[in-house]
Design a protein around this ligand. Sequence first.
Ligand code: AMP
Ligand code: MG
Length: 353
Amino acid sequence: MNTLPTRVLKIDPTSPDPAVIHEAAALIRAGQLVAFPTETVYGLGANALDALAVDRIYQAKGRPATDPVIVHVQAAQQVAELTTHIPDVARALIDAFWPGPLTLVLSRGPRVPPNVSAGLPTVAIRMPAHPVALALITAAGVPVAAPSANLFAHPSPTTAQHVLHDLDGKIALILDAGPTQVGVESTILDISANHPRLLRPGGVSLDTLRRIVPEVEVVTRYVRADEGAVPAPGMLLKHYSPRAELRLFDGPDEAVRVALSQAAAELTRQGFHVGLLVADEDRAALSLPGVSLVSLGSLGDLSQVAQRLFAGLRDLDARGVDVILARAYPPAGIGMAIQDRLIRAAQGRVTYV
Ligand code: AMP
Ligand code: MG
């Protein structure tokens, strides 16, 4: 693949410089790729109405053509030009959660190129809550297709440095507004058929969603690549994976600490460089010689754990660990998204203690 000089421009997260936005928007209109911050993770943006530009997203990420991307809009009115039909429930959800980390899957309109949706008759749409993202989409004058700005199957990027690490030389520009707030991707809700289906837990929790759609069905599944057809996109078991093998430990706090400490000691004895991805409360029990420890925050503040999750995985990879032993978190609120990302990062290697 040809290499581009990838530029990184700093931009104020709350009042973005119009000159920088203008430059980024011109690149989007010219069919180029621009990485930009959203409140969830950094996105890799292209003109959603330009099939060739969208193709470049798949090429840059090494993403299979079977994995559709999300279209980002700057106003709810933009949804009409992207779909054939807006059900009443969509309006209620948009009123309640946009701008914000909720993606809606709707029937795809004729203006949206098929490769945006991996050929599906649906299209995933969201309005992000980040001022830089909103300014960019507005200035571009087109909806912006944007998956996470990482290499396929790697941990998602929550800083501009993460994007540069994965995509340097493959994209034109990265807008650097500092670390993202939510840290895990949007919740994906399919409302294209009669029954609303939660395809991916994310920044909007299931409980919050149920206030508007009490009947939502959770269909998140973990499918191995060799198991054949995947029931819906995004259900591959292996995703968000660090370079090091990740093993997840789930159970009561005390039992998890004992299991983590025993596994870390045993693997260290065997000559492996072990990384621990834990919470502040685990630190005291787990400061072991020769082991690299990263804490994601307090068990009492799962928002902070979510915010730091992907950076923690990348941090341990950068320290060159061979194996990462991680604790699980209670799957309530944002914890459901944390648990989902950890299970995929672990490719299903979960030990229940
Ligand atoms: P990313 O933004 O990188 O997390 O990737 C976008 C994800 O959105 C995909 O992996 C799918 O899980 C989901 N997605 C995008 N478009 C659709 C669609 N039309 N139907 C179902 N899921 C979708
Ligand atoms: Mg992604």
